[in-house]
Write a protein that binds this ligand. Sequence first.
Ligand SMILES: [Zn+2]
Ligand SMILES: [Zn+2]
Ligand SMILES: [Zn+2]
Length: 360
Amino acid sequence: MSSEAKPIREIRINPVVPAEAVLVATARAMRPREAEQPAERDTRTHVESCPFCRGNEERTPPTVAAWPEGPEWEVRVVENLFPVLGTDDRGGPLVLGLQQAIDGYGRHEVMIDHHHHGVALHEMSATHLALLLTAYRERMRALYASDPRLRYVLAFKNFGKAAGASIGHTHSQLIAMPVVPQNVQDEFAHARSYHARHGHCIFCSLIDEALTYEATIYDRDSGEVRRRIDVGQYVIERNERFVAIKPFASRFEWEVHILPLAHQADYLDLADDALPDLADLLRRTMHRLDAVIGGAQYNYFLHSLPHCAECAGGEASYHWHLEICPRTSIPTGFELGSGLFVNTVSPEEAAARLRAVVLD
Ligand SMILES: [Zn+2]
Ligand SMILES: [Zn+2]
Ligand SMILES: [Zn+2]
């Protein structure tokens, strides 16, 4: 373990979204309220009363897509019964003084990730995970094609009560919306300006830096070397095509990002022959998280190139990635009031512990 005995207390800036800062404070006093201990996970294979279990298809809205089609589906997509965004047009934007709203049109789908009710991601086979990752890609593609007003399709998964999952059966969601969410917009805008200034993609630069195993921090004023840091320590694992990285400015204690090693802006361009490597790295990463935290409750989401006229030309500067954010603490008033995330486990130590997990 590379953990330092001295508590860390520093504000780290997200290099992709400089407006986003994290206070890494490993002293106990800063610890936010711990999340409820994960309730015993429901590991049952089949639950008769669960509408998402195989055989209960008539209890959900109709099937939108399934892999494979028919009663033996492995992954199945249905419309959300309680959509966040609907198809109703109010007929124009709503403006109330300074308050503005645009119609909440869009699409909201639920992806049943596995016919097995309580299976965790790391327990799924790599073949199944490849199917799931294909399903995200295919539904994103279909949703973008269904309505030109849709500018962003967010694919995400909430697993466990602490992560806001309201249904016991393992599932993901896709929300197609008429706006580019602020998080993505911030990443996109900064990546574009970084590209304009430096001629390359900031995500590729961060990957290169992580894989070269050392970075030098210069003093802003004098230009002198302040310290050298071993940036290789942020790589959890890499394979032929993908890398799992612990961000230097991690907002969440056990946050991990997965990115393609070769530049690729849009998840829709993910090639079939890259799927096994991505599935394998995802499975291994979730396994590590589960081993270290013990029953990971998490949110993960895909950040991919937005589809909008203003985003044209962004292929060179944006780089898709999967952000995995395990929920081990509950934000307090300090975080909500300051907008500053508090992380009480040093990313260096977290990375070392994740890397130390022995996998088959
Ligand atoms: Zn179920
Ligand atoms: Zn890139
Ligand atoms: Zn992102």
